[in-house]
Design a protein around this ligand. Structure first.
Ligand code: DC
Length: 424
């Protein structure tokens, strides 16, 4: 069973937008239960049945198959296989959904569907009765409110942007009517669960609401607590954060700028090489590149698109093979780390390189993966990022089998993750 967050509240309090943003931030699945009621309303209206005619609505339930599907972050609503995600967002369907949601058989019909989704995933589910009926044991329950006027204001803006001609007064009346319907229906009326935390969004911006609820979720699920414990147990040494943007020795830069295009040319001739996300590489130095480790060419593959020379943390064994090899890798920026123990000298050297304005490349898995599967990373990258307060750029290197002539290699650079985002 995953972590369940229930987010309830009246229409237009921003529940769905906020739930979506939170789900993205927490990497949870977002479940919009209102969309399920809307789909039922859409179906019955399309059959010329009045949504408050319980008997006729119930007679149609057997014909309805409603599912939620996910494409990346986006939730799609499939009604008998048809994607109705956009069609269910009209004022007529909003009122219809409110009406069908008062019918006990409709609620029963959607109940297990909602519970099953929650069983399988870490979810944030938004609706009216999630904390009270659908997920009474949810890990976190939020009740999000705002005054009817403020909610009408937001909804009116949203509808106008979509070209809807409803007036502010009409939107406000709709909201008041839906509030009344949702709170006065006999079955599962909208109300705050006893153990829910109420958040009033009237005076808050979207970001402020998201931050507030995000904090509550981390608190309730114990995540901040654990992170704090880890940091204090580790007792971070005192270190001055790196001053970014330092210029490197101009003579070394000339050498680097001559060598770089030659290496790029040779590699592109020999391999079928492509890069993705090059726009994520900062123009200045003092960044950490954290990459999976596929082959001995990885340092070169990462260095080629970076304008600032990189230093590499490399296993100590490589420095004891032969003198020529050791000199060569040192000349290209490698420095040793002893694996399997807290090598403070390697941390000091990392700080020194970053302080000079060089980029730092680390392979957190600590060893090459021969089959391309990514292994578990060690935590040293986060420690160095925390000490230096520099961003970490995730790198993925992939190719099939062994590296050989014209082998297709893809190198992907992810978005930089700031030290704050690493939550350290
Ligand atoms: O969140 P929404 O506006 O999309 O919801 C549409 C209607 O569905 C709303 O008027 C109340 C109803 N609903 C409900 O009764 N229970 C839920 N869990 C979700 C929505």
């Amino acid at each position: 069973m995953g972590i369940n967050v229930a987010l309830d509240g009246p229409s237009g309090a921003g529940n769905s937008t906020i739930a979506k943003m939170l789900a993205k931030k927490l990497k949870y699945v977002y479940v919009d239960t209102g969309a399920l009621y809307r789909s039922i309303a859409y179906y019955v209206i399309s059959k010329d049945v009045k949504p408050d005619d319980a008997q006729s609505v119930n007679a149609l339930l057997g014909e309805i198959d409603v599912k939620l599907a996910y494409e990346g972050d986006a939730q799609k609503v499939l009604l008998n296989g048809e994607d109705v995600s956009d069609k269910i967002r009209t004022p007529e369907i909003s009122m219809g959904a409110s009406a069908v949601s008062a019918i006990p058989e409709v609620r029963e019909f959607l109940f297990s569907l909602q519970q099953n989704i929650a069983k399988e995933n870490d979810i944030i589910m938004d609706g009216r009765d999630i904390g009270t009926v659908v997920l009474p044991n949810a890990d976190v329950k939020i009740f999000l409110t705002a005054t009817a006027e403020e909610r009408a204001n937001r909804r009116y803006k949203e509808l106008s942007e979509k070209g809807d001609t409803s007036t502010y007064e009409e939107v406000l009346q709709d909201i008041i009517q839906r509030d009344y319907n949702d709170t006065h229906r006999e079955i599962a009326p909208l109300k705050k669960a006893d153990d829910a935390i109420e958040v009033d969004s009237t005076e808050l911006s979207l970001e402020q609401v998201v931050d507030k609820i995000y904090g509550i979720i981390l608190d309730k699920t114990g995540k901040t607590e654990k992170a704090e414990k880890r940091v204090s147990a580790r007792k971070l040494p005192e270190a001055e954060p790196v001053v970014r943007g330092k210029k490197l020795n101009p003579i070394k830069m000339i050498f680097y700028n001559i060598l770089r295009p030659i290496v790029i040319f040779l590699f592109k001739c020999y391999y079928n090489l492509s890069y993705e996300g090059k726009e994520n590489i900062p123009k200045d130095g003092s960044n950490i590149f954290a990459s999976n480790h596929r082959s001995y060419t990885d340092p070169v593959l990462i260095a080629m698109p970076t304008r600032v020379p990189c230093s590499y943390m490399a296993k100590d064994e490589l420095f004891h093979q032969n003198v020529f090899f050791t000199l060569l890798i040192k000349a290209f920026g490698a420095f040793p780390v002893t694996r399997g123990k807290g090598d403070t000298a390697a941390i000091d050297l990392s700080m020194e390189k970053l302080n000079k304005g060089r980029n730092l490349v680390i392979f957190p898995e600590g060893t090459r993966s021969k089959d391309g599967k990514v292994g578990k990373g060690k935590t040293g990258v986060a420690l160095i990022a925390a000490l230096a307060q520099v961003p970490v750029i995730p790198v993925g290197i992939s190719f099939e089998g062994k590296l050989k002539f014209r082998r297709k290699i893809v190198v992907r650079f992810g978005k930089p993750i700031s030290a704050e985002e690493l939550n350290i």
